[in-house]
Design a protein around this ligand. Structure first.
Ligand code: ADP
Length: 347
């Protein structure tokens, strides 16, 4: 049986009822020997057909409206469904309902998948966080115990262990700061103020601030670009871009080789400025490149922790750059160095 509408069901049923009435009337008249009033069978058949059509159509309509309202009520209670209950009795209603239920079911599946992903992410995040906090806390515990068990008597030992404890406290507070930033970003509370600012000025300032750290690691810092003179106006939130540059330059130092160089470069790319932070360091194997922007993802775990990394630096970079409507990228060769890049819209 093909698709049927309530209208076609009413037409078929009432036509059958009309024909049966016509035959029965003719039969009764024939048995009763009534030969005049030959108009009676067709007229009674027609009247029954019309009457039953009106009744069936109306009752079917009322019945379907009532039952379908329950289905649509359920769908809308679970999720605001855009489709209104507008039953057209000339259409195949069941097909129409089936379509709406399928759309609803698909949206439910999408929602459940998203919830599952969020749940997995939450579990992973808490696991990673506990792991990150465990190391410095255990270290501090160890240093304090050593001091309490007699180390305190010796000024030199006390100083050494307190310095080590302080380093671990710094690491923990750095992690908590980064965590605060990334939590705000992921909650969608990242207020980006898109205002014109001079990119060259903030690059110079950030490089100056990094100078000491670079010297300690025996790495030289340099800026390369044809914009060295004058201004380079871009659109964005300068404080957040300082954070991006800082994270990238800190990484270029932490993962650079002694005697090497970290360069910040700017290129004109039509409507945008391409900023690159390149180093001559250890590089990243191609198999890790796609994941380095993930939170807590580390290629070289011991080196990262030794350098005081929280494992969140690049995730923060990605969030900030994407909140500017731009993208961040990386290319790298093991043993030769890495180049991280992002774009900014010209003002
Ligand atoms: P971390 O605090 O561990 O540095 P990031 O998110 O900043 O965290 O970086 C993630 C990982 O990517 C690092 O642990 C490191 O393995 C790798 N990485 C980042 N920058 C560089 C770089 N310039 N050279 C080599 N590896 C890098």
């Amino acid at each position: 049986m093909g698709s049927q509408s309530p209208h076609s069901v009413a037409v078929q049923t009432s036509t059958s009822a009309g024909v049966i009435t016509m035959i029965c009337t003719a039969l009764v008249m024939w048995l009763a020997g009534v030969s005049e009033h030959a108009w009676m069978p067709p007229v009674s058949g027609l009247m029954v057909a019309v009457f039953s059509y009106v009744m069936i159509y109306r009752q079917l309509g009322l019945y379907l409206q009532e039952r379908l309202r329950i289905i649509y009520k359920t769908i809308r209670r679970v999720k605001g469904s855009g489709s209104q209950l507008n039953v057209d009795l000339g259409e195949d209603i069941i097909e129409q309902v089936n379509r709406d239920v399928m759309i609803w079911a698909e949206s439910q599946i999408e929602e459940i998948t998203a919830l599952r992903e969020t749940d997995t992410f939450r579990k992973e995040f808490i696991g990673n966080l506990a792991h990150e906090l465990k190391t410095p806390v255990f270290n501090i515990q160890g240093f304090i115990l050593t001091l309490l068990e007699g180390g305190m008597e010796d000024v030199e030992v006390s100083r050494k262990f307190l310095l080590k404890a302080a380093k671990n406290v710094d690491r923990m507070s750095g992690l908590l700061e980064d965590l605060d930033v990334i939590t705000k970003m992921e909650a969608g509370n990242l207020d980006i103020e898109m205002v014109p600012f001079d990119l060259l000025e903030i690059i110079r300032e950030t490089l100056d601030n990094m100078e000491n750290k670079a010297k300690k690691n025996d790495i030289s810092l340099a800026f390369k670009g044809n914009f060295a003179e004058g201004k380079l106006m871009v659109l964005g939130d300068s404080d957040k871009i300082v954070q991006v540059l800082t994270n990238l330059i800190v990484n270029s130092i932490n993962y650079g080789e002694k005697g090497g160089e970290s360069q910040v470069r700017c290129y004109d790319a039509d409507d945008a400025i391409l900023v690159e932070v390149a180093d001559t360091g250890i590089g990243i194997d191609a198999s890790h490149l796609g994941r380095v922007f993930e939170r807590f993802y580390r290629v070289d775990k011991s080196r990262s922790r030794h350098a005081g990394g929280s494992g969140l630096g690049l995730a923060i970079v990605k969030h900030i750059v994407e909140a500017h409507g731009q993208t961040a990228n990386v290319r790298s060769t093991v043993g030769q160095g890495s180049t991280f890049s992002f774009t900014l819209q010209k003002a």
